[in-house]
Design a protein around this ligand. Structure first.
Ligand code: ATP
Length: 346
């Protein structure tokens, strides 16, 4: 029996979490879920968006399935008060990642037959550094009408990302790692990122290195996605490219992700809490289900993970039970039921 923390999250979070748990159960994997409250739900009950107890549970279990969270956006950030005094973060997502020592975000984006049209064969893995870059939240307003933000890139964090991408790529038979940058303008920051990734990858044959400016990378992802295999990105470009890639294969509702560190792993969809459709029962659960697939692979449940993936592919290819974001009219519940039924025949 695996023990896994689960954060049901905000907005559509609870709906898609329940869906993913149903699918995992239907695949026959025994998991004891430890529910952890964080986000607006936790703030409403305990006054804190990220209570110390939530962090303690995830640290103890070392693995979590996480739905999207909202807290921090409207309030200009959140404060974590446990152990060692208050620490301020720009959002609850960055607080969770930093507090748990998670440093890389992995976002595999694969096309689906029929549904993804011209992008059906797309198969890229985006590695996004998640501890630095412009998202460190160091902004200031030196004078009215002028605002600045600090972009921080370090060799140490970039090496860690690049090494991680190399291991992951080698373990999955991938060959090409492309560093995404804007070093022609940001000579120091993106220049450091580019040269660091180059050095790490070039020392790891048979891996091959290539580089692409972020604007060109967007263009090529749209025009020739097959040119890419593994992308190594600083925080901001990785954030943007992974939404773009998710859109190309059909919907944000299809893209899973993993946040990994030395001490813990947290699996979550690329998309946000989608408050515009929350509570209507029409959220697409697939990104959350595929995040659970990544979690199962991490737990060593590769066979069950592969079965769930095949069930997702079969249901999407049939095209009869699709949520509105995919052009259908099915509910979250109906799509979840179709996935559970498909599991019996894949
Ligand atoms: P974040 O900044 O946290 O990534 P966001 O504000 O960019 O979030 P999302 O919450 O991801 O935005 O939503 C963007 C759009 O995609 C919304 O219109 C939302 O309804 C839609 N969307 C996101 N996830 C899903 C899903 N699982 N199913 C259906 N639609 C979704």
């Amino acid at each position: 029996m695996h023990e896994v923390a689960v954060i049901p999250g905000d907005g559509i979070g609870p709906e898609i979490t329940e869906a993913a748990q149903r699918v995992v159960e239907a695949a026959g994997v025994a998991i004891r879920w430890h529910e952890v409250q964080a986000g607006e739900a936790a703030r409403a009950t305990s006054g804190e968006a990220l209570p110390g107890a939530a962090l303690a549970t995830i640290r103890r279990l070392r693995v979590a399935l996480k739905a999207p969270l909202l807290a921090g956006r409207r309030t200009g950030g959140i404060t974590v008060t446990n152990e060692g005094g208050p620490r301020r973060y720009p959002s609850i997502n960055s607080a969770l990642r930093r507090e748990l020592g998670l440093f890389v975000n992995v976002r595999p984006v694969r096309g689906f037959a029929t549904l993804s049209g011209a992008y059906a064969a797309m198969d890229v893995i985006i590695f996004r550094e998640i501890t630095e870059d412009i998202y460190i939240g160091e902004e200031r307003e030196p004078e009215p009408g002028c605002a600045e933000a600090v972009k921080r890139i370090t060799r140490a964090a970039t090496e860690r990302l690049a090494r991680f991408a190399c291991e992951y790529a080698l373990g999955r038979g991938r060959r090409l790692i492309t560093a995404v940058h804007k070093a022609n303008v940001l000579h120091l920051t993106d220049g450091l990122f580019l040269e660091t990734v180059r050095r790490v990858v070039e020392a790891r044959p048979p891996l091959e290195f290539s580089e692409e400016a972020v604007d060109a990378a967007c263009y090529r992802l749209v025009k020739e996605p097959q040119r890419f295999d593994v992308l190594a990105c600083p925080n901001q470009y990785g954030d943007i490219l992974s939404d773009l890639a998710a859109g190309l294969v059909g919907s944000l509702g299809l893209a899973p992700g993993a946040n990994l560190g030395a001490e813990a792993a947290m699996f979550e969809p690329v998309h946000g809490a989608a408050p515009d459709i929350a509570g209507r029962g029409i959220a697409n659960p697939v990104a959350m289900v595929l995040s659970a697939v990544l979690l199962l692979e991490h737990l060593g449940e590769g066979a069950a993970a592969a079965r769930i993936r095949r069930a997702v592919e079969a249901v999407l290819a049939r095209g009869r039970v699709l949520t509105p974001d995919l052009g259908g009219s099915a509910t979250t519940d109906e799509l979840t039921a179709a996935l559970c039924a498909a599991l019996q025949s894949v």
